[in-house]
Design a protein around this ligand. Structure first.
Ligand SMILES: N[C@@H](CCC(=O)N[C@@H](CS)C(=O)NCC(=O)O)C(=O)O
Length: 307
């Protein structure tokens, strides 16, 4: 079975979501650490310009965005499952809230509280990524203070989800909702314990957090970016599955642009090789990696013909 290579960095919460999934499924994987800020020349050689973390590489197939990375892990390693029938739609809706309003408040509160512990270039990089002015320390602290009540309100919603004694967010089975809420909550105390007191009131949430932590991270071994690029160059992309085009989609084989719908909207330009309800894939080529196929989830990404 082809090796799983995760490109990620330590304080990336979305990377933590995938590390926990690798632990839940008890998998061996190779760990390539990417810089938390641009430039990221090795990563973008593989992805055609996508800069976000994490990215999963399997040979010459590159999977972007945790929504698709988890699906691909499930396709290749179905058990234990993260997609129990009958819970998937609900789990997705919960995950959208957790990675939207919940994580936004947590991020603003945690970064504003821990700004002195973050790499100094981080605030400038993220402002540039979003096309916003670089915030002052004072404004970062003010926004943190405004976000704190929103974090508490939403933590009490999680406590309520667990109030009937269920082990996992959607009931008896672990789903993507558990991983999505977990990585948002993890971010609150990952850099320091300054906000640990926020968990005091939430007994069920604390117990659930330790159950998820118990999955661990699987079995990583470290790998250099150079080695990962060499593996891509020496591999062929896997044969595309049968596509399921919607009438509005560009034709297979046409030149297309894919970009994230929210932030870091750099276009990835390539040849459309596959589409279905959940996934888009484009073939790209460059001297460092040869031919690779970059895969994106459909939700959260825009697909159009090259302009
Ligand atoms: N929807 C994406 C979000 C990924 C994301 O925003 N990751 C953050 C790090 S946790 C990021 O890439 N920030 C900018 C960067 O690292 O360059 C996913 O699920 O993978």
């Amino acid at each position: 079975m082809a090796e799983l290579i995760l490109h990620h960095y330590d304080f990336s919460n979305y990377s933590e979501k995938v590390r926990v999934a690798l632990g839940y499924k008890s998998l061996d994987w190779s760990s390539v650490i990417v810089p938390p800020v641009t430039p990221k020349p090795d990563l973008t050689a593989l992805t055609g310009g996508y800069r976000r973390a994490p990215v999963l590489q399997i040979g010459a197939d590159i999977y972007c965005d945790t929504r698709l990375i988890l699906r691909e892990l499930e396709r290749r390693h179905p058990l234990p499952s993260l997609y129990s029938p009958g819970q998937h739609g609900f789990a997705n809706a919960v995950a959208a809230w957790a990675e939207g309003p919940l994580f936004r408040s947590v991020m603003l509160y945690a970064w504003g509280t821990n700004h002195d512990l973050m790499p100094p270039e981080l605030f400038e990089d993220r402002a540039r990524m979003r096309g916003l002015p670089v915030p002052s320390v004072k404004s970062v602290e003010r926004v943190a203070a405004r976000s704190a009540p929103l974090v508490r309100t939403q933590m009490s919603l999680i406590e309520d989800m667990l109030a009937d004694g269920r082990p996992w967010i959607c009931g008896p089975n672990v789903t993507v909702a558990d991983l999505a809420i977990f990585h948002a909550m993890w971010f609150l105390t990952d850099r320091s314990s300054r906000l640990a007191h926020e968990f005091n009131r939430f007994e069920l949430l604390r117990q659930w957090m330790s159950r998820v932590k118990g999955f661990g991270h699987g079995r990583p071994r470290s790998m250099s970016a150079g080695e990962a690029l060499e593996i891509a160059r020496a591999s062929l992309p896997s044969d595309p599955r049968t596509s399921l085009r919607q009438p509005e989609d560009p034709k297979l084989g046409s030149r297309v642009e894919v970009r994230a719908a929210d932030y870091a909207r750099d276009a990835i330009v390539g040849t459309l090789t596959f589409v279905d309800d959940d996934e888009l894939a484009v073939g790209i080529h460059n001297d460092r990696v040869g031919d690779v196929v970059v895969h994106f989830p459909r939700i959260g990404f825009e697909l159009r013909e090259e302009r």
